[in-house]
Design a protein around this ligand. Structure first.
Ligand code: 1GP
Length: 247
């Protein structure tokens, strides 16, 4: 399966929802149960990653998911330990607004040879961390984009497109109390032809509808599955919100 093609083909039909799982948060069998529920609720793929990752846990979870779930398994690495041969693809990402070159090109250079050897599909992605930024903002030494400065996000998005990155991820930080402002999403979407991913703080169908209507092509939710007693219904609420949006 070529995951980038899957994303582009799916987007011709509908905007995408991805469920983010942190392999440290549950055992592989539980991750499979959660992922199956999410798929039955309408999620289009599973992202796997976290700010700290144990490679053995990641491998076990990626393998179990690949064997048991029919949607793509995409790595969302928080560092060089976030690589597994069992995933379908990796978001090969650069934290564009980090003040530390390690997170812009350093970790990427250290991880690239092993990724090449494993033959995992890479999908190039610019990653921008916006206020409040959460753990990833702190770990990634991000010079956080102020929420009231959509033009700054757009400037980075244009630069990312000029550098050949195919996707642009606007991240508010996992567990953020507010998702990325709609004005910022609109501004980024208007400025580039890149596929725009938005994550952090999306919790309700209404949030999802607003983010999708502002121009996000792909919406990511993580925290919500950890907090929900009925994962299928919660994901369905988000997916219904996304599909109801007109942009
Ligand atoms: C984190 O944007 C994602 O990278 C998901 O955020 O946990 O707030 O859904 P939440």
């Amino acid at each position: 399966m070529n995951v980038e093609n899957y994303i582009r083909q799916t987007l011709k039909d509908h905007k995408i929802h991805l469920t983010l799982l942190d392999p440290e948060e549950q055992r592989p069998e539980e991750a499979v149960l959660i992922a199956k529920e999410a798929v039955s609720g309408g999620t289009d793929g599973i992202m796997l990653g976290g700010s700290t990752t144990d490679s053995a846990e990641l491998d076990a979870t990626a393998k179990a998911l690949k064997e048991n779930v029919d949607v793509p398994i995409i790595l969302f690495p928080g560092n060089i330990s976030g690589v597994s041969q069992y995933a379908d693809a990796i978001f090969f990402m650069s934290l564009l607004n980090s003040s530390n070159p390690y997170w812009i090109t350093g970790a990427q250079a250290l991880g690239a040879p092993i990724i090449k050897k494993m033959g995992i599909e890479t999908i190039s992605m610019g990653y921008l961390v916006v206020e409040p930024g959460g753990t990833v903002g702190w770990v990634g030494d991000a010079k956080l984009i102020p929420r009231i400065k959509p033009d700054l996000a757009a400037a980075y998005a244009i630069a990312a497109e000029f550098m050949g990155m195919k996707l642009l991820y606007l991240e508010a930080g996992s567990g953020a109390n507010q998702h990325i402002p709609e004005k910022m999403i609109q501004s980024v979407k208007k400025s580039t032809g890149s596929i725009v991913i938005v994550g952090g703080g999306i919790r309700t169908g209404e949030d999802a509808a607003n983010v999708a209507a502002a121009g996000a092509d792909i919406l990511v939710t993580g925290t919500i599955v950890e907090k929900s007693s009925n994962i299928k219904d919660k994901i369905k609420e988000l997916v219904d919100g996304i599909r109801s949006a007109k942009d």
